[in-house]
Design a protein around this ligand. Structure first.
Ligand code: HEC
Ligand code: HEC
Ligand code: HEC
Ligand code: HEC
Ligand code: HEC
Length: 499
């Protein structure tokens, strides 16, 4: 032993290292290695605990806590990997010292007891590490892909999307199926952008609301079409909407439309109807001026017969301002799962489900006012109840008793509607995330939204044709807010609309 090493032995960590070395010679007596092996041992022990806990929770069918999972599946394996890296680093340092002759080499007899012990220990450590790391990285991979990871870890940020998702037809489709899709390149891109998002959350620098459309969404045709292949989209779909009018009686009414869903019936035939846009043989691309993709100035329709260019009346034909985009599923289905309601729609559903009492005069109208005026707060139900009581006292005094008899139930239902659609801390109000799958504004009036961004009879081709607004091209309107139930065509099945 030379002087250098003598000095180093003075630190307690070194002395511990020497002791450790005498017990477990595999770990060189070098403090880097010692620290690394300690980290690795602790990580392995904790990982075993986490593994048993995970098995136990699965066994008793209890959901695990996402924060515990975050530590179990991500922090501990990183600790283990870090520890092992230190072990190797220490070994490498030792090796260099030996090469420089700073330290005597310990001759090990191949096949001797020392050698066998080292091989045995290396093998055991290696196997345990491999098993733990592979099973945990598998879990970690799935964990970062789970809906809980997305919504709970960044709770406040993703809450609105999570809440809307829970109530949607895709509630059982994991977030990553739409946001990432299969393939390594998108996986890396998504995890990198995920990292950026985590940084933004930690620094509290993310935008509220989260801007839509999402820039880095994988092309919808690769995600949506994994489950909804175009040949599956065909025929027509009858949609029956039961409304309640804003009069004293909350009069029920029915809108019935036959939507020409259309699509690609069978490969050789021409496609028709709404899904004509996404027939792979066609392409509709558009130039849009704003980020929200509302302000569409130019549309190019490409079919097997050639291209037609539609320009919005008054637009400069030479201009190239804005961005081009090829239309896909998301240009219509921009809210397949984060479905935010408009007040009228949400109320109609609540009346239909019997949650709100249509016998309370004026309730449809005043409830809508309450939804628009009240913001969620620590006592939303109380605020709504007070708001309704004031309105009825001032404007419908004769119906105040009817309201009072069910005030608290009414306030609870309205609170639920409000809190699943309006999130002040994320800057989300009514209409922030409007659906393109229609042509109405949030008051239920016809507007230049959704389909009518193009189908507005204002986009004209060189030969004078317009992108059509002919109602029948998209749907056959059989009844429109028809209040007289007896006047409905026989084949319209109305189940519930009875006050
Ligand atoms: C069925 C497909 C689908 C699933 C499942 C899905 N999303 Fe989305 N998500 C979308 C689409 C489409 C958009 C909107 C894209 C646009 O407007 O350009 C979106 C947008 C978002 C946005 C941006 C804000 C907004 O509302 O537009 C966030 C945040 C988000 N999703 C989070 C999630 C989380 C968290 C989950 C899982 C709990 C999830 N998504 C599951 C399809 C999906
Ligand atoms: C992992 C499979 C999967 C993916 C990916 C997926 N969906 Fe779905 N989708 C479903 C299932 C399952 C349903 C529910 C069918 C039902 O309720 O009858 C559904 C239902 C729908 C419906 C009908 C909703 C309704 O109200 O009846 C639409 C529209 C839809 N999906 C569009 C999309 C779009 C657009 C995308 C891409 C952003 C997408 N889906 C991605 C599986 C998927
Ligand atoms: C031009 C707009 C538009 C585009 C583009 C579009 N859809 Fe649709 N889709 C509609 C409309 C409108 C409906 C019927 C209305 C409804 O279901 O509420 C519909 C209905 C559906 C349905 C439900 C069908 C049913 O019978 O219930 C599915 C699933 C669907 N679309 C998937 C897709 C997929 C996948 C894509 C992309 C390949 C796509 N859509 C592209 C407008 C569009
Ligand atoms: C980006 C522009 C754009 C948007 C948005 C758009 N369309 Fe179209 N659509 C077109 C163009 C271009 C055509 C072909 C010209 C025409 O038929 O008027 C077309 C044609 C159609 C056709 C006739 C297809 C056939 O059989 O030939 C239907 C039906 C249709 N669109 C429905 C819709 C519906 C429903 C929506 C909204 C959910 C919608 N479109 C949104 C551009 C658009
Ligand atoms: C480019 C296609 C397109 C054209 C043109 C069009 N609509 Fe629609 N319309 C839709 C779609 C898509 C919906 C939404 C269906 C749904 O709610 O799922 C809709 C829904 C409606 C509704 C039902 C609203 C509700 O929920 O009660 C009415 C009413 C309506 N349209 C009237 C009209 C009238 C009137 C015209 C003619 C001036 C017209 N539409 C032209 C695509 C179109």
């Amino acid at each position: 032993m030379n002087k250098n090493e003598d000095r180093r032995q003075k630190t307690p960590l070194d002395r511990f290292g020497i002791w450790f070395n005498s017990k477990l010679p595999f770990f060189y007596s070098n403090w880097v290695t010692t620290l690394g092996s300690l980290m690795a041992v602790v990580a392995v022990l904790l990982l075993l605990v986490a593994l048993f806990m995970h098995i136990f929770l699965t066994f008793v069918d209890r959901p695990s806590n996402p924060y515990v999972d975050l530590i179990g599946f991500m922090v501990l394996p990183m600790l283990l990997i870090g520890g092992l890296l230190l072990v190797f680093l220490g070994a490498w340092i030792n090796r260099r010292r030996k090469d420089k002759g700073e330290r005597g080499t310990v001759a090990i007899e191949i096949g001797g007891p020392e050698f066998r012990r080292k091989v045995f220990i290396s093998a055991v450590v290696g196997v345990v590490t491999l098993v733990l790391l592979s099973s945990f990285s598998y879990e970690a991979y799935h964990f970062t892909d789970s809906a809980e990871f997305c919504t709970n870890i960044c709770h406040a940020v993703m809450e609105p999307e999570g809440v809307a998702y829970e109530r949607s037809p895709h509630a059982n489709v994991p977030c990553v199926k739409c946001h990432i899709g299969p393939g390594a390149d998108w996986f890396v891109r998504a995890k990198l952008s995920g990292l950026r998002q985590v940084v933004a959350v930690v620094r509290d620098s993310y935008s509220r609301p989260i801007p839509a459309p999402v820039e880095n969404l994988r092309p919808a045709r690769e995600t949506c079409e994994a489950c909804h292949w175009p040949e599956k989209l065909h025929g027509s779909k009858m949609i029956l909407r039961e409304h309640f009018e804003s009069d004293r009686d909350n009069t029920p009414s029915v809108t019935t439309l036959m939507v020409k869903v259309g699509g690609l019936h069978s490969p050789g035939l021409p496609s028709s109807g709404v899904h004509w846009h996404v027939d792979p043989r066609n392409e509709v691309r558009y130039r849009v001026l704003d980020h929200a993709r509302q302000d569409i100035v130019e549309v190019i329709q490409k079919t097997e017969d050639g291209e037609v260019r539609y320009l919005r009346e008054g637009a400069d034909p030479e201009s190239t301002e804005g961005e081009w985009r090829v239309m896909d599923c998301i240009d219509c289905h921009n809210r397949p799962t984060h479905i935010f309601e408009v007040p009228g729609q949400a109320l109609d559903k609540a009346f239909l489900a019997g949650e709100l009492d249509a016998n309370i005069p004026w309730l449809r109208r005043e409830a809508e006012r309450a939804l628009r005026e009240v913001e969620p707060n620590h006592d939303t139900a109380g605020t709504i109840a007070a708001f309704l009581t004031d309105v009825y006292t001032d404007e419908h005094a004769e119906d105040l008793d009817a309201l009072r008899s069910e005030l608290s139930e009414t306030a609870t239902v309205l609170t639920d509607i409000l809190e699943r659609n309006v999130f002040p801390e994320m800057g989300i109000g009514w209409g922030t995330y409007a659906s393109h799958l229609q042509h109405m504004d949030i008051d239920g009036e016809m507007a230049d939204t959704g389909c009518f961004r193009c189908h507005d009879e204002e986009h004209v081709s060189e030969d004078g044709r317009y992108i059509s607004q002919d109602c029948d091209q998209c749907h056959i309107l059989m009844t429109e807010r028809e209040e007289d139930m007896d006047a409905l065509p026989d084949f319209v099945p109305v189940f519930l609309t009875r006050p």
